[in-house]
Design a protein around this ligand. Structure first.
Ligand code: NAD
Ligand code: UDP
Length: 322
């Protein structure tokens, strides 16, 4: 198949593109390099089935493809809060442009949504039928509400124009190719530990997240894209093993054998206190469940960041938004 991946120079998109190429597909990536790196897809450039195009999804894009994975959007709070207006435009205009394209060419489209649509949830674990608890005017709302509108657009294009949609609600995902300075907790803790810096816990560290290794997500994503006709989702894809942020810090300290100390900093506004996916729907519809648990995934991710630091390659990232 011919497949378009928006945001394909980013953490998840670059690895998805590689997986799709390995499966024998032709892959076209569009990316504006806001948080993504050409170096993430450099090794794919010689593949005759791969094409990389600089393009911003807030502008229309025309191409003939069979499937569209719409991933373009900054995902880390530090990045998406850098220019909140642009974040909303990317989610909303990006979804309109890609759904419009899907409608015109009859392509199937998978929209990358997020556990953030549940906000600071008062239902735990989160099931797809839960409508969420999102502050519409908080510092996270440019991302949360942008993604909620993207879901709304998907369903309206589906109902009005029969566009073939699939919505995946991705829970916290980590692994190699994360941006080393993106401010997310896994990359922050590992970078801090490897460089002997203080490990910064925001709040008391008792808030929870459920961390999914990137390979598990990629399997869930391709399973959903190729799931039965008429199954739209939304479907949660995440690892239901829940940890406090303090436990994560202790794990990283143990696995890196660092002398770094934990320090406590203020909790950002609207930071969700708990998060854990109910994955019954993904199990039933996609026959999917995560295989890689936290310690195994952290070891692989630590190795990746260690090589980046030792190879002097973190300098490549200093031009990015911090
Ligand atoms: P990322 O920041 O590494 O990748 C996003 C990519 O989109 C980057 O390459 C960036 O340059 C590109 N991009 C941003 N704005 C763009 C625009 N206007 N036009 C074209 N390209 C643009 O983030 P990621 O972790 O790989 O996330 C990918 C997708 O998955 C995002 O949609 C994100 O919301 C979603 N998601 C990720 C997580 C996670 O834990 N990583 C969780 C939930 C949802
Ligand atoms: N966090 C932290 N220290 C950091 C970065 C993040 O304690 O250096 C916390 C953050 O406040 C949140 C959790 O870790 O409670 C996950 O943060 P992240 O930005 O990775 O993802 P999200 O909040 O979007 O789930």
């Amino acid at each position: 198949m011919k497949i378009l991946v928006t945001g394909g120079a980013g953490f998840i998109g670059s690895q998805l593109s590689e997986k799709l190429l390995d499966q024998g597909h032709e892959v076209i990536v569009i990316d504006n390099y806001f948080t993504g790196q050409k170096s993430n897809v450099h090794h794919l450039m010689d593949n005759k089935n791969f094409e990389l195009i600089r393009h911003d999804v807030t502008m229309p894009f025309f191409i003939e493809v069979d499937q569209i994975y719409n991933l373009a959007c900054p995902a880390s709070p530090v990045h998406y809060q850098h220019n909140g207006i642009k974040t909303v435009k990317t989610s909303v205009m990006g979804a309109i442009n890609m759904l419009g394209l899907a409608k015109r060419i009859g392509a199937r489209m998978l929209q990358a949504s997020t556990s953030e649509v549940y906000g600071d949830p008062d239902v735990h674990p989160q099931v797809e039928s839960y409508w969420g608890n999102v502050n519409p005017i908080g510092i996270r709302s440019c991302y949360d509400e942008g993604k909620r509108v993207a879901e709304t657009l998907c369903f309206n294009y589906h109902w009005q124009n029969n566009v073939d949609i699939k919505i995946i609600r991705i829970f916290n995902t980590y692994g190699p190719k994360m941006h080393p300075f993106d401010g997310r907790v896994v990359s922050n803790f590992i970078m801090q530990a490897l460089q002997g810096q203080d490990i910064t816990i925001y709040g008391d560290g008792m808030q929870t997240r459920s961390f999914q290794y990137v390979d598990d997500l990629l399997n869930g994503m391709t399973e959903l894209m190729n799931s039965r006709d008429g199954f739209t989702g939304p479907v949660n894809v995440g690892n239901p093993n829940e940890f406090t942020i303090k436990q994560l810090a202790e794990n990283v300290i143990k696995l890196t054998n660092t002398k770094s100390k934990i320090i406590y900093q203020p909790l950002p506004q609207d930071d969700p206190m708990q998060r854990k996916p109910d994955i019954s729907l993904a199990k039933k519809e996609l026959d999917w469940e995560p295989k890689i648990q936290l310690e195994e995934g952290l070891i692989k991710t630590i190795e990746y960041f260690d090589n980046l630091i030792k190879g002097g390659r973190i300098n490549e990232y200093t031009g990015n938004r911090k």
